[in-house]
Ligand binder design. Structure first.
Ligand SMILES: CC(C)(COP(=O)(O)OP(=O)(O)OC[C@H]1O[C@@H](n2cnc3c(N)ncnc32)[C@H](O)[C@@H]1OP(=O)(O)O)[C@@H](O)C(=O)NCCC(=O)NCCS
Length: 150
């Protein structure tokens, strides 16, 4: 595997058009307003991963920190940039960032059928701690709840 060289930085509102492009084929795509709202969240953190050479955005991650818990709300990697370690590097960055903010547990949910994401999270140390029956709509599907103790 050729590991993509990245620059990871906080997301700015000017990044939204590029992230919307990247999101077009995502399973639970967010709208422009949703991204704007999330950027305004006082408890939120948002990071983008850019190709070091071209500076184009390859991935984005959104999360929130409340007290000593973090939640990863969204992680998406552009289709053409997958399987090059981008998702792992961005997730690792967010976990390390959360750790510096005093987070002790990091949580996330994902569709039960999303094996690629589950394997990515397990690789970074997340473990399955439960399921939520029929949590997702269109199509209806169970959610797997994962946790990382930092
Ligand atoms: C899931 C996703 C974020 C993975 O990102 P990625 O950059 O392709 O993942 P990486 O290259 O960093 O892979 C890291 C690990 O994840 C797992 N993985 C990633 N893609 C995989 C796939 N298609 N099949 C099996 N395992 C996979 C592997 O364990 C891999 O480690 P390895 O290369 O040593 O085998 C990406 O496929 C994506 O954006 N999917 C659509 C959106 C989504 O499902 N987001 C998560 C919602 S919770």
């Amino acid at each position: 595997m050729v590991r993509e060289e990245l620059v990871i930085a906080p997301m700015r509102s000017g990044d939204i058009p590029e992230i919307l492009e990247l999101e077009k084929k995502a399973p639970s795509a967010w709208s422009e307003d949703h991204f704007k709202d999330e950027l305004q969240q006082p408890a939120g953190f948002q990071f983008v991963a850019r190709n070091k050479t071209t500076e184009s955005i390859l991935a984005a991650l959104f999360g929130r920190i409340v007290a000593d818990e973090a939640e990863i709300l969204k992680l998406g990697v552009a289709e053409f940039a997958r399987n090059k370690g981008v998702g792992y590097q961005l997730l690792d960055f967010a976990v390390n960032y959360s750790s510096t903010r005093g987070v002790q547990n990091c949580f996330l949910e994902l569709r039960a059928s999303n094996e690629a994401a589950r394997l990515l999270y397990e690789k970074r140390g997340f473990v399955c701690v439960g399921t939520r029956k029929d949590y997702y709509k269109e199509p209806v599907e169970d959610a797997i709840l994962m946790r990382l103790e930092i």
